[in-house]
Ligand binder design. Structure first.
Ligand code: COI
Length: 355
């Protein structure tokens, strides 16, 4: 498919931000990719064009019934000044699984990836060079058909926007404090918990706001049925490092199948470390911490990368993990993963694509 490109006039290009003060998702590049869908034509006319607001009918179905899905991936600047993408096809494939769950149309992974590459070429200079910074890429699909009947829309928009980012959490790579909620739940198997759909994030905000008011960075969700088994953290999957094994909750239908989670599982297996993907009760975590069996806890995500957890707060009790410090394994995973992502380390998995 031919990708039309309309570039912003040189005089209208945005001023570049200070790469050492990016924060997360506050600044957007000069261009975006847009592609429309309707039942008669399917996906058509992908176009790279200047980043600008859209106009949407007030009855657009996404605004009423939330048919909205998204992805998050990153482009990294290599030492050779090249641009490296980490597992972009895995993100687009996951987007198609989210689309299927939300009765939205499938994308051609090939066309969407060609569109992403065309966009990246136009905004290539936006991929940051500063240490710890990258270009966060947000593919999104929303229902645009005007109508108030509850059914799958017949018209959609797919777009990709990009944002130069630093660390997701204000703590950077330092340990975060996590609040374990048994008041709110995120998702239940059979629902949409494993789809990367906007409503999952909307539903998480209240618990996150309450936790942040009390000084915590994020919420750890427990399962919706028994409120006992660990699910995931607001924006990342979670791993528990015991003395003799590493445990992470299984992909049981209610948690996000993280691409960083999957990458970490591959690295751990190759390092010969025993990993169990199984249900783990919060009581088991706290008991292991009490008796010295729990060495580290960390989260994994595209935005969060590897994020050490310094403490878990559950039912009024604080459980300090590894004396609140970054653990050895989290450090090693962070170093290896970011080296692969920036094209600095060997990539035996074929995860990295150089633009
Ligand atoms: C990501 O890690 O890419 C995410 O989607 C988390 C996000 C909601 C900030």
């Amino acid at each position: 498919m031919n990708i039309k490109t309309e570039k912003r006039a040189p005089a209208e290009l945005k001023a570049r931000p200070n790469e050492n003060e990016l924060g997360f998702g506050k600044i957007f590049t000069d261009h975006m990719l847009v592609m429309a869908y309707d039942a008669a034509r399917g996906w058509h006319e992908p176009e790279v064009r200047p980043y600008a607001p859209f106009s949407l009918d007030p009855a657009a179905m996404v605004l009423h019934y939330g048919q909205a899905i998204f992805e998050g991936l990153k482009a990294y600047r290599g030492q050779d000044d090249g641009i490296y993408l980490f597992r972009p096809l895995a993100n687009l494939e996951r987007m198609n699984r989210s689309a299927a769950r939300m009765c939205m149309p499938q994308l051609s992974v090939e066309t969407a990836f060609a569109g992403l590459q065309a966009l990246l070429r136009v905004d290539a200079d936006w991929v940051p060079r500063a240490d710890g910074a990258s270009l966060y890429i947000r593919p999104t699909m929303v229902a645009t058909e005007a109508g108030l009947g509850v059914r799958p829309a017949k018209e959609y928009l797919f777009f990709i926007i990009m944002s130069p980012v630093g660390a997701y959490y204000p703590e950077g790579f330092n340990p975060v404090k996590i609040f374990v909620t048994d008041t709110y739940v995120r998702a239940v198997a059979g629902g949409v918990g494993e789809a990367k759909t906007a409503g999952n994030y909307a539903a998480s905000i209240m618990a996150a706001v309450e936790a942040q008011k009390q000084g915590f960075t994020q919420v750890l969700w427990l399962d919706a049925r028994e409120r006992r088994y660990v699910e995931e953290v607001g924006t990342m999957n979670i791993f528990f490092v015991f003395r003799d094994r590493i445990i992470t909750p299984p992909l049981s239908g209610s948690i996000l199948p993280g691409i960083t989670r999957d990458s970490v599982l591959h690295l751990l297996a190759d390092w010969g470390l025993p990993v169990e993907e199984r249900q783990i009760a919060i009581d088991e975590v706290l008991a292991a911490s009490e008796n010295g069996e729990l060495l580290e806890v960390f989260g994994t995500g595209t935005a969060a990368v590897i994020s050490p957890v310094g403490s878990l707060h559950y039912r009024g009790q604080d459980c300090l993990i590894n004396q609140g410090k970054t653990g050895e394994l989290a450090q090693r995973l962070f170093a290896e993963l970011t080296a692969i992502q920036h094209g600095r380390a060997a990539d035996p998995y074929g995860w990295v694509i150089r633009l």
